[in-house]
Design a protein around this ligand. Structure first.
Ligand SMILES: [Zn+2]
Length: 124
């Protein structure tokens, strides 16, 4: 359902990212499946086809999460000195679920930031 501009409040980037919602109205769902962005917002009809963050979210999650995990691994090694096989079990079990959980809101944040700063290129 399309509504006029007066009927929605633009969410903050953080709110749009955490809820994985449209960067303009904050109501429509951003994704139509796991990571595929909808062509248009189901609520405000914003054209989302041009808002492709590419590999930006993946790169950001890899860099930030990787740095945190490596720091934690070093801290664990120097503090507790566990055997290497325990590192090999612990860190993938921590890293992979966190990466999966973080990728959707990170991509939504990048799309919201892109919307905020390049709104004219998205057909507005
Ligand atoms: Zn919308």
């Amino acid at each position: 359902m399309t509504q006029t501009a007066e009927n929605w409040t633009t969410p903050s980037v953080l709110e749009a990212a955490l809820r994985c919602r449209c960067p303009r109205c904050g109501q429509g769902r951003l994704y139509c499946n796991i990571l595929e962005v909808r062509a248009r917002c189901e609520h405000c009809d914003l054209d989302l086809a041009g808002s492709d963050s590419g590999d930006g979210a993946t790169a950001l999650v890899i860099l930030v999460l990787g740095a945190i995990i490596v720091a934690l691994a070093f801290w664990t090694e120097f503090r507790f000195a566990p055997p290497l096989w325990l590192h090999a079990i612990i860190w993938p079990l921590v890293t992979i679920p966190l990466a999966v959980v973080l990728i959707r809101p990170t991509k939504a944040a990048l799309i919201a930031i892109q919307y905020r700063h390049r709104a004219t290129e998205m057909g507005l």
